[in-house]
Structures are given as C-alpha cells and as structure tokens.
Write a protein that binds this ligand. Structure first.
Ligand code: TYD
Ligand code: MG
Length: 460
C-alpha cells in the first residue's frame, strides 16, 4: 500500500493553506472551498529535467544592448476584436489567462488565432490536454485551418511541454486547458490547487524566459471565477473572460486585468457555423430586435473602452401583487445605481413607485457601470410608468445627481456621432455639455434637471 504523505488543506479559490479543514477561508472569505492535498515532496526528489534547460537559458546576464527585441505580433492575429482587448496585439513574452464557461468558444477562438498566425508564416504550438488530436483536427477542418506552421501537441506533463516549446520556439503557445496540466513535483491530482499553481508557474516562467507569448485556457466554476487558485490571476499579465448574453449567438471577450492595455475594451464575436467572427459594429447587434414603439424601451450610448455602443434599456413598472416589499430586478445595471434613480424619481417627479414592481434590463447581456446611462434609466422608467412609448429616434444621455440635476457626460461627441450614424436624431443631453459649434448640426434638446424631462420626452 502506498504510504500516504502528510496532507494539508488549501483554499481552491485563493490558495490559502491550513493544516486543518476550515469552513470559511480567512484570506478570501469564501465558504466551503478547502480541499485536502498531499504535501509536495522536495522538488529535487522529482526533478523536471526540462527545467534545467530553461534555467540555463535564463542564467547568463546579457547586456541590454545585445538583446534583440522580439517584434510584436500586432495585427497579425487577423482578429481585430481580439487584438483590441489585448491592448493592440499579442505582446512577446506575455502570459494571458482566458476563462469562460464550457462550450463558450475558448478553444475555437485560440485555434483561430493560431491558424491566422500560422497562415501569416509563423510557427505556433497548440497543446491539448482535453481533446484528442483527432478532435482538434476536426475543429480545424471546420475552421478551414490547414497551415503547416500550426503544431499540435497532446501532452499534459509540464516538463515535456516546456521541452517541446524550447525546441520548436513557437511564436505563440496555447495550453488548453491549464486544469489538465500536471507536474511531477506534486503528487496531488491534476486540477488541484497545488498542481495548477505549480504548472502555471513553470509555464509562465517559460513565457518570460524564452519570450514565447503564452495563453492559458481556464475553466470557470459555477460561481463564475476561473477554477483554481486566484493566485493564477496575479501571476499572469492579462486575464480575459469570454462570456455570452443568455441565448445569444454572440460572445463578449472582456479584459479584467491587463498590464498592456485598458480593461474597458470589449471584443464582440458571433459564433457561426465556421467559427467566431468579429462583429465590428456591435450597435447593430444590440439594437437588432428593438421594439421601436413600445413603452419602457429606450436607446442609450455606452462607452466600452474607446468605442461607443448603442444599446437598449428596458423598464417594466407594474403594480406589486403583494403587500410586502416590491420587487426590484435589475440585469446589466448596478443595483445601487438603479435604486438611486428610483428614489430620485419618487422624490423629484412624484412617481408612485413604492407599490410597484420594477424590472430593469440591458438588452444583449452588456453590463453597464457608467453613470452616463442614468437619464436613460430614468426615461425608460417614466415611459413604462405612464405606459407611453418614447418616439423611436430618441436617445437620452447624462448622469443624474441626487437633486435631480444633470451632470456632464464624458465622450459625448463620440456617443452622439454613433447615435447619428443609426439615425437617432432626437437627442436629450445635459445642459452645457456640448460646444456650440457641434450643437448646430444636430437636433439637440438640453436640460438641466430631470423635472424638464417628462415635458419633452414624448414630443414627436
Ligand atoms: P469550444 O471552442 O469547444 O468551447 P470551449 O473551448 O470554450 O469549451 O466551442 C464549442 C461550441 O462552439 C460548440 O457548442 C460548437 C460551437 N461551434 C460552432 O458553433 N461553430 C464552429 O465553427 C465551432 C468550431 C464550434
Ligand atoms: Mg475547449
């Protein structure tokens, strides 16, 4: 019988270790995240031979002047939406973690990226620990990828992966997925906290030392975080999440951490029969099924990074069936912000909302956090409350303060340009927000307080 080594418990969320099982993690406050693991024997007992090569590579000091800079792969992925989220393109030596629900399209996206790079004449390596080479081949045929520069490796042992990567020197290395990779240093199961952390450490080390950009695909837990210790997120340069609005064929790629760019950028993709296609005009998508003449629907413009996106906000105000607390259901908008707007409407426009259920929804699965949509929320609620549709070509923008006053909104010109592109020509915005010169070219109503809104909102 195999002698059981010393065990300890670690938090599968943040990696905190304890000799005893704990119900609640003292470090990250998650419940029921502790799993038992076997202590790692000293690394020397199970050396990874390939690490020696990696260490040799890193060992010698080199004059900065003698180092050749690796040309960035900007634009070469051929997927503009992907490049934008990364902050312009793939950075040499960078490590990126990409998470998302099963079936969302992580493998598809990265296979397409590698396919494009290979078609541009680069050598790239896709390590599959989850699917057989035959399955990956099947997908690549569907995506019409057949460049000789794309190499496939079915391997889960981190040392051998490093060995092959050092030999092949791929322009990009993809690991699908990090949860399947194991390291001989640790006897715990693949997918355990220790395994994931150690395997990732070696792979990230490889990326930095050999200047090979690394993409780690990661599964997501039921709670929506990347499975494995949260320390992974601190170890990599960039963390991307691939998400979808429910029941929509399109997907949103979002950076939650990025050392090389903004975390506000999103990439929008549509999943089609032949893979993912970038959607370069997302406003189209988010407005596609809009009921133009329904009460409670309104279009506003939100900034996602540097890009304005038109999106529909819907409100449903209905009498609360019970005598208890009325329901407030909010999707895609900050709950606190929504409560604030409801309170402001009650106070300054005398709307009787305390005995009404209110449902607020941003169509298309976007999550909007900026206050520029305040006035849009207010208008949608008023429209549903009065059961009066807002004229179809209307757009409202502006932050609302506690006294009902309107605040200036950033990037107003960009938002208005996008509005005009989609034939929204009734624009209601905060006073003094626009320069006079631009004002002349558009049909704009300016207001300074929400009290002025109901009078002009429904005018044809
Ligand atoms: P996949 O990339 O395997 O997801 P993940 O790696 O995140 O688990 O994507 C799987 C889904 O995408 C699957 O439901 C099939 C669908 N799909 C398409 O619709 N079109 C395609 O061209 C491909 C390759 C997949
Ligand atoms: Mg996959």
């Amino acid at each position: 019988m195999k002698k059981k080594g010393k065990t300890f418990f670690s938090c599968s969320s943040c990696g905190y270790q304890s000799p005893k099982w704990l119900g609640k993690c003292p470090a990250c406050n998650s419940w029921n995240t502790f799993v038992e693991e076997e202590s790692t024997p000293a690394a020397a007992e199970h050396p990874i031979p390939e690490l020696a090569a990696l260490r040799r590579e890193a060992a010698a000091p080199v004059p900065l002047a003698a180092i050749e800079s690796t040309p960035p792969l900007q634009g070469q992925t051929g997927i503009a939406e992907f490049d934008r989220v990364l902050g312009g393109g793939i950075v040499p030596g960078s490590a990126t973690l990409i998470g998302g629900d099963p079936g969302i399209g992580k493998s598809t996206l990265l296979l397409q990226v590698l396919g494009n790079l290979a078609a541009a004449g680069r050598q790239v390596l896709y390590v599959t620990g989850e699917e057989s080479p035959g399955q990956v081949k099947l997908r690549s045929e569907r995506l019409q990828i057949d460049s000789p520069g794309l190499f496939l490796l079915a391997e889960t042992e981190v040392g051998r992966i490093i060995g092959h990567a050092l030999e092949l020197r791929p322009a990009v290395l993809v690991i699908d997925s990090i949860q399947t990779i194991r390291t001989p240093e640790s006897s715990s199961l693949p997918g355990s906290v220790t395994q994931i952390r150690q395997a990732a450490t070696h792979l990230i080390n490889l990326a930095k030392t050999a200047a090979i950009p690394l993409f780690l695909i990661g599964h997501v837990t039921k709670e929506g975080a990347i499975a494995g210790p949260r320390v992974l997120e601190h170890m990599v340069d960039t963390v991307l999440y691939f998400e979808s609005g429910t029941q929509h064929p399109y997907r949103i790629l979002r950076a939650v951490k990025n050392r090389f760019g903004s975390t506000n950028e999103i990439g929008v993709f549509a999943m089609t029969g032949s893979g993912l296609h970038g959607v370069d005009n997302p406003s189209n998508l988010f407005l596609a099924e809009r009921p133009a003449t329904m009460a409670g629907s309104l279009v506003t413009a939100t900034m996602e990074g540097t890009r304005p996106i038109l999106t529909e906000i819907q409100a449903l105000v209905s009498p609360s069936p019970s005598t208890g607390i009325p329901r407030r259901t909010v999707i895609g908008i900050d709950r606190g912000r929504a409560s604030l707007m409801i309170a402001i409407l009650e106070k300054h426009l005398n709307l009787k909302l305390a005995d009404k259920d209110i449902f607020l929804n941003v169509i298309g699965g976007l999550k909007i956090v900026e206050p520029a949509i305040d006035l849009g929320l207010v208008a949608a609620i008023i429209s549903s409350y009065l059961d009066r549709p807002i004229p179809a070509a209307t757009m409202v923008l502006g932050e609302v303060g506690l006294t009902g006053e309107l605040r200036r909104t950033s990037f107003l010109e960009q938002r208005l340009q996008e509005a005009v592109k989609f034939a929204f020509d009734r624009l209601i915005i905060p006073q003094n927000n626009l320069e006079t010169a631009e004002r002349k070219t558009m049909a704009i109503r300016e207001i300074s307080n929400i009290k002025e809104l109901p009078a002009i909102l429904f005018q044809p």
